[in-house]
Design a protein around this ligand. Structure first.
Ligand code: 5GP
Ligand code: ZN
Length: 114
């Protein structure tokens, strides 16, 4: 666990979360400040700081996240589509430095980014 990483603390249960999915590699929970009717954060249980840290060694974890996403989307009733976003670094406005994918849906999302 990375020191003082809130998402590592969510994985360990030290910080409570509203879990929607879990397997050996992946944890998914509801965003505390939802931007859409469905707003789930999908994260690797192992600490990876951001998309910029993805490499040949940890890419299998990222694949596991993308295997989980359609299952979570189906469980959340997102039959009409959804959006997956990861913010990376300063310019990407990443606020939590543990790789996470926002799964957004449940309404027609705006075409443009903010
Ligand atoms: P970022 O801006 O880094 O892409 O997204 C971080 C997300 O984590 C934000 O949407 C924020 O609402 C969410 N978040 C931050 N702290 C917590 C927390 O303690 N619990 C949950 N469930 N979500 C959090
Ligand atoms: Zn972490």
């Amino acid at each position: 666990m990375a020191n003082d990483c809130i998402f590592c603390k969510i994985v360990s249960g030290e910080i409570p979360s509203s879990k929607v999915f879990e397997n050996e590699s992946v944890y998914a929970f509801r965003d505390i400040n939802p931007m859409a009717p469905v707003h789930v954060l999908v994260i690797p249980k192992t600490h990876i700081a951001s998309a910029d840290e993805i490499d040949a060694e940890n890419a299998t974890l990222v694949a596991k996240i993308f295997e989980a996403i359609p299952k979570i989307a189906a469980a959340e009733g997102l039959t009409n589509g959804y959006r997956v976003i990861t913010n990376c670094g300063e310019d990407g406005c990443q606020s939590v430095k543990h790789l996470h994918f926002h799964l957004l849906g449940g309404k027609k999302l705006p075409e443009t980014l903010a």
